[in-house]
Design a protein around this ligand. Structure first.
Ligand code: ADP
Ligand code: MG
Ligand code: ZN
Length: 483
């Protein structure tokens, strides 16, 4: 049965399009001066405008437009010289105006693409559009009561809509990681899924392999972790294939992901009937942006992850995998580059950041700048490894001590006595002693038991407290044993 299902799955291809909402990292909300901040007490960040008192008027936040344009340029979109805000009408207790101000027929950013790498393959996922809109408030249901918190009401968002170019859960995850990186590199959004400022609706259909026409899609709303997106897609693709294999038909419906039961379930279709009665917002003029403004935003963009990855591979000799990991977060890339600047080999820095640095960051849960020593001190430590002054293992010990105490590399290496002994006379003396105490083994080695060499190296290292320069130990031992 299981293998039958697997065989059926082989005959289908998934088609996926994502609609991603990201909160823009502005100081204030989209149409009023209230703070745009996470974690305030209920209804602390509110005013007559974002609570929709009668007679109030929206005033557009210029910073929000600039951040949306930054993201649009980073995603290779065309920026519309003129775009139009529209009213999207629906009723919900957390939407006091009875409509959301969004963009409909004429969005701010059009087309574009995002480059992803998944399963060792590089692909472009095209975008339909990126438009601006305001968020709604939040309904809270607890202890048999329903409450509304309007802090989120009017917070600026971009909605990034992809073409149905994604073909697997892994590609969807790679696409989301790349969007998150772009949002953060450009400063458009903090893009923290756990704080709800990056949310994703997933559209999924399947089609028999080789067939060009798309199948009927379903939509899964409001996923707030990349892992859930992957699971929800896997689950939905399998569900659709089962229906088609049983001779059934896919219904165009909206589903909700249940993270506890790890399955999707349909929402009442009436609740999300797409009859929003969009029309141009009469309280806002068309949004006009000048080519000069767009250009000034473009030239101020930082190097973006895709360009950085190419540079790491082509100029620094890293693998694509290493380049992908090191560029996912801007601070990680910056840190890696500062460490590498003082070293002969960028690989040394890459390995160190990917293993030691990221491990400490993950374990402590602190931001990189607070979790690990400065790039200068980490670079100084690794320079000692490159110069043979300390071993790699000693560097690991020193690094942990540096993370804890904040002392410089040189101080820690001295305090912990980690400096490597490269004194040839001292090493030669230790070798002689080991040879004398193990004459029988020496005989066996000379008679052809080459494997014993490792034993001698270990014995010398142990005798020298593990601090002897291993290259010298190997050289000197070989010379003496082969005499
Ligand atoms: P709707 O009007 O239902 O919102 P749209 O055409 O606006 O549909 O597309 C919404 C999202 O669904 C887009 O991200 C798009 O790429 C995706 N999509 C469209 N058709 C399909 C399909 N057949 N299978 C999977 N995703 C699709
Ligand atoms: Mg939709
Ligand atoms: Zn307000």
């Amino acid at each position: 049965m299981a293998s039958e299902t697997a065989m059926a799955a082989e005959n289908y291809e998934a088609v996926i399009g994502l609609e991603v909402h990201a909160h823009l990292a502005t100081q204030s909300k989209l149409f009023c001066g209230c703070a745009n901040s996470f974690g305030a007490g209920p209804n602390e960040n509110v005013c007559p405008v974002c609570m929709a008192m009668p007679g109030v008027l929206p005033v557009l936040n210029r910073d929000a437009v600039e951040l949306a344009i930054r993201m649009g340029l980073a995603a290779h979109c065309a920026i519309a010289r003129e775009s139009i805000f529209a009213r999207k009408s629906y009723f919900y207790p957390d939407l006091p105006k009875g409509y959301q101000i969004s963009m409909y027929e004429r969005p701010l950013c059009v087309g574009g693409y995002v480059e992803i790498e998944a399963n060792g393959e590089r692909r472009r996922i095209r975008l339909v559009r990126i438009h601006m809109e305001e968020d709604a408030g939040k309904n809270i249901h607890e202890d048999g009561t329903s409450l509304v918190d309007f802090n989120r009401s009017g917070v600026p968002l971009v909605e990034i809509v992809s073409e149905p170019d994604i073909r697997s859960a892994a590609e969807a995850a790679a696409y989301l990681r790349e969007l998150r990186a772009l949002l953060r590199y450009t400063g458009a959004s903090e893009a923290r899924m756990e704080e709800g400022n990056l949310r994703c609706d997933v559209n999924v259909s399947v089609r028999p392999r080789g067939v060009e026409q798309f199948g009927t899609k379903t939509e899964i709303k409001n996923l707030n972790s990349i892992r859930f997106v992957e699971k929800a897609i896997a689950h939905e693709v399998a569900r659709q294939i089962d229906i088609l294999e049983a001779g059934g038909r896919i219904m165009q419906e909206t589903h909700l992901w249940d993270p506890v039961r790890e399955e999707t379930r349909p929402m009442r279709s009436k609740e999300f009937a797409n009859d929003y009665r969009y029309f141009p917002e009469p309280d806002l003029p068309p949004l006009r942006v000048t080519p000069e403004w767009i250009e000034s935003i473009r030239v101020a963009l930082p190097e973006l992850p895709a360009a950085r990855r190419e540079r790491y591979v082509n100029a620094l000799g890293l693998s694509r995998y290493e380049a992908a990991i090191l560029t996912e977060e801007r601070e990680v890339g910056d840190y890696f580059e500062s460490v590498a600047a003082g070293l002969r080999n960028a690989k040394t820095a890459a390995n160190w950041v990917m293993t030691e640095v990221l491990r400490v960051v993950n374990e402590t849960g602190k931001p990189l700048a607070h979790a690990v020593p400065s790039a200068r001190e980490t670079g100084a430590l690794l320079a000692m490894v490159e110069d043979g002054a300390i071993s790699l293992n000693a560097a690991k010990t020193a690094f942990m001590a540096m993370c804890q105490s904040g002392k410089p590399a040189a101080t820690i290496v001295r305090e912990l006595g980690l400096a490597q002994v490269s004194d040839e006379a001292a090493i030669a003396e230790a070798c002689d002693q080991i040879i004398e105490t193990h004459l029988r083994k020496v005989g066996e080695y000379r008679a052809g038991r080459d494997k014993l060499f490792g034993f001698f190296v270990g014995a010398v290292m142990k005798a020298m407290g593990g601090r002897a320069n291993p290259r010298l130990v190997n050289e000197i031992l070989k010379r003496k044993l082969d005499q």
